[in-house]
Design a protein around this ligand. Structure first.
Ligand code: ADP
Ligand code: MG
Length: 535
């Protein structure tokens, strides 16, 4: 038996571990199971290159709970460790790493610390007052037992163990008895281990799907497979509109499946968020910075081993890969949308009601996306229901809808029912009116007027049809008798005294709609024309 003191100048690492990881104690299970997975994968690799001999047999990982003994045991059948390896990987490395780390970050914002520090095995001391490792290497050496109570003193001795592999036995401390509850363990396993690549059992049940859809080749997957995986992730949601399978290995490694969910025309509170994985280990569903803001409403999974397990917000912001991944996702989403638009426009148009929300939001917030989206962003004709891209709209309206600055005028309706009369009048003049009536459209129009600088938007009820296009010859400061007659005719079919809701141009968007009777409306139109001059 060897007794020793863990070689580290920093007196005791454990208070630090406890302090900094206080709010995330459940990650001990993630860390220990990831180690078990690593050990299992290592053995498989060694076997495949002939360095490990014999049958590997069952390679599953088991988590077991003994509430009476107050222990949790994580058992794997992986490479195991020799006494020398325990000494090297457990006694030295972790602590020298910790020491180096502490020197480097001394005096810095403590919140930064977790993000830089892979606690790994030692996170087990957050919940344990004693930890044992019982391990037998595949190299056919004597099994060893290591024990440590959280002080730098440890014990390392020979022991007997039948099976190759490692058992980590945690003696759960007083503050962490919540983890002696099977329900709690199940929840934690579901959170972190759902898609780990090695079968994991808890109380006789397998808790994970080791081959989730995103790890398979896109060419092997059917539409049904993608739909099924979506159901696995979000059992209560309606089927997604479509999905994008990410598969990159250069200049960084990134896989995943992003789903466009069916959402209503409003930004609902979104609880089913994109999940971030690192080699199938769940990291977080706070994917801000990694996923472009306008795609935060997407769902699904992103997996990148280039993203460290112990991520924190401040870490992500500073990570060069994160920016690259973000750009890549934007590009992939744009490419996929364009591909669907080009290959199956009718499907694209059918889904536009949902899709438009993402596309417009993306165009407003991300110039790289805007560039590409101009090719597939579409607007729906308020009368015929057909769709135009901006270029198609320009072509369809030729020179008819150019204002005196030579800008393309887009005439739009925000409410096709209420603005029906105006739409008809505009269409009679040969103009084309598009529907821009969703919740993002008001902001979208504002933004695009700047970004598409050759375009001017006019709301169909902003002026009578004659004046919609701001041409020198047709602009008038007051309504002519003829115009007034036209306007009267417009409303002839409406019963007298009917209240109309009219939002007049020039009012701020926050102002309540102006409700006016017909005669009152006529008067106001005149007044407006008089004060605001040519519109
Ligand atoms: P990391 O996993 O980042 O290397 P850890 O602190 O989690 O850091 O683990 C330290 C080392 O201990 C591992 O690299 C590995 O060599 C060894 N180790 C930990 N758990 C196991 C295990 N279950 N089987 C074999 N080796 C292990
Ligand atoms: Mg580890």
């Amino acid at each position: 038996m060897q007794k020793g003191s863990i070689r580290v100048q920093t007196e005791n690492i454990f208070p630090i571990i406890k302090k900094f990881l206080y709010s995330e104690h459940d990650i001990f299970l993630r860390e220990l199971i990831s180690n078990a997975v690593d050990a299992t994968q290592k053995l498989k690799t060694l076997a495949s290159i002939g360095e490990a001999k014999g049958e590997l047999g069952d390679m599953s990982i088991t988590v077991s709970l003994d509430p009476a003994a107050k222990t949790i045991t994580i058992s794997d059948k992986g490479v195991g460790m020799t006494a020398g390896e325990v000494d090297k990987y457990i006694n030295q490395v972790a602590f020298s790493g910790a020491e180096e780390f502490l020197n480097k970050y001394k005096g810095q914002n403590e919140n930064n610390i977790i993000g830089h520090f892979g606690l790994g095995f030692y996170s087990s001391f957050m919940v344990s007052n004693q930890v044992e490792i019982v391990t037998k290497s595949f190299k056919n050496e004597e099994a060893v037992r290591w024990e440590c109570d959280g002080s730098p003193e440890y014990i390392l001795e020979e022991t007997t163990k039948e099976q190759r592999g490692t058992d980590i036995v945690l003696h759960i401390n007083e503050e962490s008895t919540e983890f002696l509850d099977a329900g709690r363990i199940n929840t934690v396993l579901k959170k972190f281990c759902r898609f780990l690549p090695v079968p994991i059992f808890f109380e006789g049940n397998q808790v994970n799907n080791p081959v989730p859809a995103w790890t398979r080749k896109p060419s092997e997957l059917t539409a049904q497979d993608y739909q099924d995986f979506y159901k696995e992730l979000y059992p209560y949601n309606e089927p997604p509109l479509f999905w994008i399978h990410l598969n990159v290995d250069y200049p960084f490694n990134l896989t995943g499946i992003l789903y466009f969910p069916k959402i209503k025309q409003s930004f609902e509170i979104q609880k089913d968020k994109i999940q971030l994985y690192s080699n199938q280990v769940f990291v977080t569903d706070e994917v801000k910075d990694i996923v472009p803001e306008f795609l935060m409403l997407l769902q699904g999974v992103i997996d990148s081993p280039d993203i460290p397990l112990n991520v924190s917000r401040s870490y992500l912001q500073g990570d060069p890969n994160v920016k690259k991944i973000n750009n890549h996702i934007t590009k992939k989403v744009a490419d996929k949308l364009e591909e669907i638009f080009n290959s199956n426009r009718s499907e694209f148009e059918e889904k536009w009601e949902n899709l438009g929300l993402f596309v417009k939001y993306g165009m407003m917030t991300d110039d790289k996306f805007l560039e590409k989206a101009n090719r597939f962003h579409i607007m729906q004709d308020a009368v015929s229901g057909s769709f135009y891209t901006l270029e198609e709209y320009k072509t369809a309206t030729e020179s008819l809808q150019k204002n005196n600055e030579g800008k393309q005028v887009i005439i739009y309706a925000t409410d096709t029912v209420q603005q029906d009369a105006f739409i008809k009048a505009a269409v009679d003049k040969g103009y084309r009116v598009v529907k821009l009536e969703t919740i993002v459209d008001a902001a979208f129009i504002n933004q695009m007027e700047m970004k598409w600088n050759d375009v001017h938007f006019i709301r169909v009820d902003a002026d009578i049809a004659d004046n919609l296009i701001d041409k020198q010859e047709s602009s008038a400061s007051v309504l002519t008798n003829e115009q007034e007659d036209q306007l009267k005719k417009l409303f002839e079919h409406q019963p007298a005294g009917l209240h109309m809701t009219v939002e007049m141009k020039g009012l701020s968007p926050e102002a309540p709609p102006v409700v006016a009777t017909r005669p009152e409306f006529m008067r106001r139109m005149k007044d407006m024309a008089a004060v605001s001059g040519p519109m």
